[in-house]
Ligand binder design. Sequence first.
Ligand code: SF4
Length: 132
Amino acid sequence: MQWLDKGDDYRALKAANRCQPISYPKPDGVLSFDKLSSVYLANTSHDEDQPCHLRLQDARIPVEVNLPTWAEPALRYCPAGVFELVTVDEQPHLQINSANCIHCKTCDIKDPSQNIIWTPPQGGSGPNYPNM
Ligand code: SF4
């Protein structure tokens, strides 16, 4: 079929030095919303004691490969702000706030290093948008 994508989506990512930062308008609260409000609307829940369903094959890749080459795209493509760049012992570190995840699986598809292992969370929950 002609309309199908050819090739893997993560291979299409351009290096950060070939791109200009995009300045998006602030969410207006009517047609566009901030990330935290959108995560709330998804109404996704997790058992507190379940194993983390987002893991890195190699914890060094986000800072040593993805950050210098693609400005760590996980900071932008995740709709729930799960990935956060923090400083630990004066070094950058990718923190994964998995409790915020809305299970869209974008990180599994889009990570340019294919370093993120996404597994379905226990209970099979996902976004359900009860008020939309
Ligand atoms: S599946 Fe990945 S990209 Fe989607 S919300 Fe969860 S952490 Fe973010």
